[in-house]
Structures are given as structure tokens and as C-alpha cells.
Design a protein around this ligand. Structure first.
Ligand code: SF4
Length: 221
């Protein structure tokens, strides 16, 4: 793994979610460029549009809010866009252009639905924070996830464990990408809501594999 990636090597940070959900889905999207929209992804996009105004800041109660903030990390080899970055007055913070004092950044990500069990939202948020840390030369202890369905704002601590997971996943993604490797089908619960199910054809592929195994064992001897 290189110690620093170049601009051309950067992979989309948003792929972390796909990768954690299913490595094959990630490879179909990011290596084989297959994309098929289903209701779940369409809804997610509409919700994102609301916060996706071009880079815009506002100040309320001393908190500076920046929207659609582009971020990148050459150490991780990832780039993306933060929905929102909130800057709160803090002696541990960074300077902002044309403003007095120091401000501590915290990324906020808006999600449709409710909290997931697989921690993919926390991992993606932590990757955003690690990009911001590299860009602003600071330490960001926490960020927030906002869920559309439950209207809940959840605090996420960027622990060493979560940071290590981000590093490991980005290294693994780069490994797959540089080899052009798409993992084979392995069906799981998530296949039912997968937007690529009919491209991936999990049931059919598994039947083909089972059939060829049967032929090998029983017909070819
Ligand atoms: S259908 Fe299942 S195995 Fe295929 S890409 Fe989707 S989640 Fe992965």
C-alpha cells in the first residue's frame, strides 16, 4: 500500500457503504461501472439533493455551517463530499477565513431511513472526518448522523477502532481496484434490497454453479 496516493488514485468515499454491504456490489459499481436505480437509492438521492446546494455557509448561534464540502485524503486514497460540516467555537479548533477565533469541525451526514446494524454509516462519516483532519491539520473527535425516518441526530465518536476500520477498508478497496477484482456471488439477506440484483443474478449464478458441480460429479464422473 502506498504511503500517499495521487489525485488519479482517489476512490469515492461513498463506496465504503457499498463495500461493507457487499464487496461484489461495490466492485460492480466502482470497477465494472454497473449502476441500476431502485426505489431505495432514488429516495436517498432526493434527500441528499436537499443538502446538496453548492458550497454554502451560514452562521447561527455562533456555529458556522458549510454545506456540500468537497474532501479528500491522500493517505487513505479517498475523496467525496460532506453533506454538512459544522464548525463550533473551540480552543482546539482551526482558523476560518475572515472569522475571529478557532472552530472545531464536525461532519454531519444525512441518511434516509433509520440506523443500520452494519456500522457502514459511522464508517463513512469517520472517513469524511479523517479527510477533513488531513486537509485542516486538526483532530476531529466526533461527528453526527441524521436519519430522515426517525428524525434522529446521532453522535458518533471517532474511536481508534473506527479509524482502523476506515484504513483497512480503503486499503482493501484499493487492492481490489488495482487488480480489477470483482468477488464472486455470495447471496445474503441484503440481496433482496440490492439495486444490482438483476445484474448480479445471484440465484441464477448459484444455480449455474450447482448445475456444473452436479455435471462434474455425476455425469463426467
Ligand atoms: S445481489 Fe447480493 S451478491 Fe449480488 S451484488 Fe447485490 S448484494 Fe451483492
Amino acid at each position: 500500500m502506498p504511503t500517499e496516493y495521487t489525485q488519479d488514485d482517489l476512490l469515492p468515499l461513498s463506496g465504503i457503504q457499498h463495500f461493507l454491504f457487499c464487496r461484489r456490489q461495490w466492485a460492480l459499481i466502482h470497477i465494472e461501472q454497473q449502476w441500476k436505480e431502485n426505489a431505495l437509492t432514488a429516495e436517498g438521492r432526493i434527500m441528499h439533493k436537499k443538502v446538496d446546494d453548492p458550497f454554502f455557509t451560514e452562521t447561527r448561534n455562533g456555529v458556522v455551517t458549510a454545506r456540500s464540502v468537497p474532501v479528500a485524503s491522500y493517505r487513505l486514497g479517498l475523496s467525496g463530499v460532506c453533506d454538512v460540516v459544522e464548525f463550533t467555537s473551540s480552543s482546539d479548533g482551526v482558523r476560518l477565513p475572515n472569522r475571529e477565533g478557532l472552530y472545531l469541525p464536525a461532519p454531519i451526514e444525512y441518511k434516509r431511513g433509520k440506523e443500520k446494524r452494519d456500522h457502514s454509516d459511522e464508517t463513512q462519516l469517520c472517513a469524511q472526518a479523517m479527510c477533513l483532519e488531513e486537509m485542516l491539520s486538526t483532530h476531529i473527535p466526533r461527528g453526527y448522523l441524521f436519519y430522515g425516518e426517525t428524525r434522529r441526530r446521532m453522535e458518533v465518536d471517532f474511536t481508534l477502532e473506527l479509524r482502523t476500520l476506515v484504513q483497512d477498508i480503503s486499503a482493501e478497496m484499493h487492492n481490489y481496484f488495482s487488480r480489477g477484482y470483482t468477488p464472486k456471488v455470495k447471496t445474503h439477506k441484503g440481496c433482496r434490497s440490492c439495486s444490482l440484483a438483476d445484474i448480479c443474478l445471484p440465484v441464477l449464478q448459484e444455480k449455474v454453479i450447482a448445475a456444473s458441480r452436479y455435471i462434474k460429479q455425476n455425469i463426467e464422473g
